[in-house]
Design a protein around this ligand. Structure first.
Ligand code: NAD
Ligand code: 6OD
Length: 484
């Protein structure tokens, strides 16, 4: 039986309380997770604090950079273990985890290791009242102990997206992985020890949110900043915890992202692009498209073509050849998504395809499988169009003018991402300027350059991470002023 223990100060720490970790493909038991109590979280935070002032602080930047590169090598050497662990936790196809999750898990350390060597600092020469001069220069110092609270959809990728810059900037971390995906964060502890990252720099505490490790971590007074990816409502709870002690937060939250297809778009590329943005990772991508707006002249043709794509997905065991569609993360999440499937029907949606649970052979028949689903015909005020579902589904509506689609796209409290399909450069630039989002992809989706800013507008987040933008949260800027 696998056991996922807490990783505190470089050691594996058991707990008297455990919970089950199940594989969503067939609901089989993967292992038992040791749930951290308040005292475990306290020990992890104190270990992180000691390393922050001790072993980690004593390293030169070059030595830290070398260690980050060693972590990259360590992940790559155990690529198959990370792949197997991520696939077992999430049920996602091998091909997806092998191309996206695990390589990005390694790349997130490399990009910030490379960046930290080349951070420019500002200096100002100032005239003084006595006709002398003063020199101002900025020093970046680590923020401190960072609490990292993670979701389950891209577990290693999204965790390292935070741990990479945090460590590069000289911070130490306590990570709380999602209760649904404890494996890769745990495995990373083995890599940290193997490559010689000092004890206490990287810690992992397992558990849930409220009254569990998530709450204990975010409430801990010795945590200097909290970076969180997850639901907007969870962000609100964490923000309350962070208010005590006025600790800064960096939030990547929910979305209800529009996909906009103009009549002049390259039709086949637009269909393929929207199929990917709607259905990749079984729709469990924060950047995913759940509202599609298609210009009227191509509306019917587009709906038919997307239906064909949705019906062509191959569901099955992650490792089987050709499989490109996995289950949802859990039976519990499936209940939530099916709730929206039922609501869409009750509200009179035309169910273009899907709408339920597919027939799967044993033993997958008890897994968290769901059909890719497309609707049309719902009013814009339907909860199906307004609320984040986080499943493999979208509603498609026609539009006539640019002004109309901008109004529709922006009429939500979220503002994470948009994908726009057009061959008109003028339209592309105007949409980039008008859409109220943190990320606007034109003729593409989830095309990431890790040096660019990442984050959401409105209720989709606070702050930006990525490249130099990560320095805003992971360092404090100190100005030193010297009277010459
Ligand atoms: P979630 O908010 O339910 O949980 C995320 C993490 O927060 C988990 O580790 C959970 O245990 C913890 N948590 C829950 N309540 C807590 C509390 N009160 N205090 C401290 N920790 C708490 O999110 P999820 O279901 O794991 O992930 C799906 C959500 O994440 C979706 O809304 C999705 O849009 C969002 N997401 C956003 C981005 C982004 O970049 N904007 C990326 C991925 C996922
Ligand atoms: O690519 C990234 O850096 C990133 N944060 C992706 C988020 C995906 C959300 O599910």
């Amino acid at each position: 039986m696998n056991e996922f223990k807490n990783f505190i100060n470089g050691k594996w720490v058991s707990s008297s309380k455990t919970f089950e970790n199940r594989n969503p493909v067939d609901n089989s038991l993967i292992g038992l997770v040791h749930e951290a109590g308040r005292e475990d979280v306290d020990a992890a935070v104190k270990a992180a604090r000691a390393a922050l002032r001790g072993s980690w602080a004593q390293l030169k930047v070059e030595e830290r950079v070398d260690l980050l590169h060693a972590i990259v090598d360590g992940i790559n050497q155990r690529f198959d273990d990370f792949l197997a662990a991520e696939v077992a936790d999430t049920g996602k196809p091998h091909v997806l985890a092998g191309h996206l999750d695990i390589p990005r898990g390694a790349a997130n350390f490399k990009v910030f290791a490379d960046l930290i060597r080349n951070v420019p600092n500002e200096t100002f020469s100032t005239e003084t009242h006595d006709n002398g001069r003063a020199l101002n220069y900025a020093v970046r110092v680590p923020r401190g102990v960072i609490g990292v609270v993670c979701p389950w959809n891209l577990p290693l990728l999204l965790m390292t997206w935070k741990v990479g810059p945090a460590l590069a900037c000289g911070n130490t971390v306590v990570v709380k992985p999602s209760e649904d995906t404890p494996a890769t964060a745990t495995l990373l502890g083995e890599v940290m020890n193997k490559v010689g990252v000092p004890a206490g720099v990287y810690n992992v505490v397992h558990g849930f949110g409220p009254d569990s490790a998530g709450q204990f971590l975010t409430e801990h007074p010795l945590v200097d900043g909290i970076t969180f990816t997850g639901e907007t409502v969870t962000g609100e709870a964490i923000m309350k915890a962070a208010a005590k002690g006025v600790r800064p937060v960096s939030f990547e939250l929910g979305g209800k992202n529009p996909g906009i297809v103009f009549a002049d778009a390259d039709f086949d590329k637009a269909v393929a692009g929207i199929a990917r943005s709607t259905f990749e990772n079984t729709g469990q991508v924060c950047l995913g498209t759940e509202r599609v707006y298609v210009q009227r002249p191509i509306f019917e043709r587009f709906v038919a073509a997307l239906k064909q794509r949705a019906e062509a997905f191959k569901l099955g065991r992650p490792q089987d050849p050709g499989v490109n569609f996995g289950p949802l993360i859990s039976l519990q999440h499936r209940e939530k998504v099916l709730g929206y499937y039922k609501m869409a029907k009750a509200e009179g949606a035309v169910v273009v395809t899907g709408g339920g649970v597919p027939a799967m052979p044993e033993p997958m028949n008890v897994g968290a499988w769901i059909q890719p689903t497309i609707w049309t015909g719902l009013p814009e005020n339907s909860p199906v169009i307004r609320e984040e579902i986080f499943g493999p589904c979208c509603h498609i509506a026609p539009f006539d003018t640019e002004e109309e689609v901008i109004r529709l796209a922006n009429s939500t409290p979220y503002g994470l991402a948009a994908t726009v399909w057009t061959q008109d450069l003028g339209v592309a630039h105007r949409m980039g300027a008008a859409l109220d989002v943190g990320l606007c992809w034109i003729n593409s989706w989830f095309l990431r350059d890790l040096r660019t800013s990442f984050g959401g507008a409105k209720q989709s987040g606070i702050g930006r991470e990525g490249g130099v933008h990560s320095l805003e949260f992971y360092t404090e800027l100190r100005n030193v002023c010297i009277k010459l």
